[in-house]
Design a protein around this ligand. Sequence first.
Ligand SMILES: [Zn+2]
Length: 185
Amino acid sequence: MSKIFINQGHAPNGTPDPGAVGPSGLRESDVTFDVGNIAADYLRAAGCEVMVYQSDSLQDICDQANDWGADAVVSIHCNSFSETSTGMEIYTSRGLTRADGLASLIMDQMTGDFPQLPVRSDWSDGDVDKEAGLYVLIHTDAPAVLVELAFISNPAEEAILASLEGKRKFAAAIARGVTDWQVAS
Ligand SMILES: [Zn+2]
């Protein structure tokens, strides 16, 4: 049975750090909390062992995932820039790792569920993921991805992120991507 570690970006209850806040006041930390919990339910139903963890401390997140012996780490965030910024992103650490396959399979599912949202990638390695030295990606032992669901700064995307249907769809896409990856790896 695989052990899937889900990190909901930013601080529990938004204190002290809610992450980005949308034009209507939607907080990133609340969206990630819900999407992470729903994804965990789907993954448990699929037979995975799941640990869900939200913390303001990036080191804490990595320690928890590593101490628990996670097989994969998924960190969930919302993007934020301007009202017209749009789309979905997924990050892995640099270089070709097992996280690249996980990222591709999660993004495949998200694009299936949200065909109206563009995929933001630099296609630097011919792959859908963007690569960055993000803390949780380089300090976790297991393959790790960081998902930016959509732009909370864009009113239309904020509305998707605020809706239960939108959160369920993102959560289901993440869960299906993880289970597809387990089958493939
Ligand atoms: Zn964030």
